[in-house]
Design a protein around this ligand. Structure first.
Ligand code: SF4
Length: 144
């Protein structure tokens, strides 16, 4: 059973190296809300995102999860881990991001650089996610 969070704890993510895109782009601040932060008596912590549904076949290493894990590391320190807890099956799945973290943060830097320049075309890496996008019904470039 998942314990209810004592309170949503905002994690501030702010780092020149992590989010500064180029020398011409100032530092960006991304705020993320964690569903649960469980601090361990033995040290370390588990940052947890709660999701409905069942776990996917492969661990979900999306950019949002990389940002959450990185924000937790910067806010709470190293020695933590990131989990997604799927409520339908009541199953926690640890998400290992070490192998993709650099690429995910590069994608975020690139997006931030584009936003700073007023450029952010709707060009999804994975169009399968479009039906869940809040802009789906008004998207001008809805993929076929
Ligand atoms: S529906 Fe449009 S805005 Fe939303 S993810 Fe897909 S392409 Fe991007």
């Amino acid at each position: 059973m998942v314990k209810p969070a004592a309170g949503h704890r905002p994690l501030a993510y702010s780092s020149p190296e992590a989010v500064q895109t180029t020398g011409t782009v100032a530092e960006h601040l991304i705020k993320l809300l964690a569903d649960e932060v469980e601090e361990r008596d033995t040290g370390g912590f588990v940052l947890r995102r709660l999701r409905t549904g069942r776990p996917p076949v492969r661990p979900d290493q999306r950019a949002l999860h990389a940002l959450m894990a990185e924000a937790a590391r910067r806010t709470l320190g190293s020695g933590g881990r990131f989990e997604v807890h799927y409520l339908t099956t009541n199953q926690p799945v640890e998400i290992e991001l070490a192998g993709v973290m650099d690429a995910r943060l590069d994608d975020c830097r690139s997006a931030l650089s584009g936003l700073s320049a007023g450029r952010y075309p709707a060009d999804p890496h994975n169009p399968d996610n479009c039906p869940r996008c809040p802009h789906y019904f008004i998207c001008p470039v809805l993929p076929n």
